[in-house]
Design a protein around this ligand. Sequence first.
Ligand code: UDX
Length: 455
Amino acid sequence: MRMAVFGTGYLGATHAACMAELGHDVLGIDVDEAKIARLAAGEVPFFEPGLPELLRRTVDSGLLRFTTDYGEAAEHAELFFIGVGTPQRKGDFAADTTYVEAVVRELAPTLTRNSAIVGKSTVPVGTAARLQELADELTPDGVTLEVLWNPEFLREGFAVKDTLEPDRVVIGLSDPESGPTFGQNLLYEAYESILFKGMTPEQRDAGETATPLIVTDLATAELVKVSANAFLATKISFINAVSEVCEAAGADVTVLADAIGMDPRIGRRFLGAGLGFGGGCLPKDIRAFMARAGELGADQALTFLREVDAINMRRREKMVQLAVDTMGGSLIGTTVAVLGAAFKPDSDDVRDSPALNIAGMLSLKGAQVMVYDPQALDNCRRLYPTLGYADSALGACTGADMVIVATEWKEFIGLDPASVAEVARGRHVLDGRNCLPREAWESAGFDYRALGRGR
Ligand code: UDX
């Protein structure tokens, strides 16, 4: 089946490669010529496990092509996906939907046959309905462009798996009561192996699917995505708020999280206390969600998200304070190794990264900071050229008075504390992600401290 994907960032490039992997004939489109040139050469411009192999394979087989020419899209397919970014707007923190709208503005007038466009980007509720109006206005006479919303829940580090084996597929339609629409049928065909793999015709006729499917209206589909991210952010900030009480009361948040997480109604995942959430989605999405609720006159409903955001940002300050206290009240003249800069492991993404943020704050407080990250160093150097960078974990720890683990890469969890002790000057380790084997570090002579562990 032929299809085109607009936007070749994290979301779009992964979606395009995964659709080609399913055997579809895919055209990836972006305005960024440099990015398109790299992708066309089979090179992924960011770190994502498994994606480079997939991209190379699908580009080599001819199933995946890239272009900057929007005009090619309408010739190539009648099914289109929107995977462009919706960055945070300066000032009001709302999501900027300019790029999403631009796709419909560019595409609609060039169409020569009935088509469907499926939004995957995270957008403020109401965007899809507005895009449908825009499409109705701009398509040539006799041609329709149906807008559907199919939010994407992929996590960085698991992008390929999450795309090919999603927990659920959510499809928003203008009129979900009107029976399978033209666009819905096209999308079912595109997702055939995800939705209907192994299903007998009888099961299909009975409405059964291999992956849970929810067909709903456009507004609900848009809201599912932001609500999911807001819930995850809330869960993390909840445990981090409790972590503050643990610190004050001399309790251990990790034991507490294990214990409450055993209740299946709560669940242990996303109760990882520490430096909190960052990245290109959770921080931006909760702010955009609040802004949109405000526009809709429902601002009171989400004021708690302001607190979720504040708890999250407070963790970073608390970590810096812990570092200052550990060093006896001042960081001036100290050397600090910061292990981890990406916002989470298996990623080179430093957008709103708590790790890089604290590295910057420690430097401002007078510490000489040496950062190491297995994948994110190039991105760090671009953003914070004045920090010190090492090319290995032990290199960063050499001569350090204090070691801070800020991203829970496996490499850091498995570090041999005795080897660190051989190269470091001091014996202080701060575990910003509650991920290190405490006893091993203490046995090697380290003073171990972590957020949320008063003892
Ligand atoms: C998130 C959503 O999980 C995904 O469904 C959505 O499509 C995009 O946003 P992602 O940003 O890739 O995905 O990262 P995620 O794994 O959710 O982690 C977000 C942040 O929360 C990271 O900074 C991580 O370190 C932090 N986190 C996560 C915690 O602090 N504690 C936890 O227990 C879990």
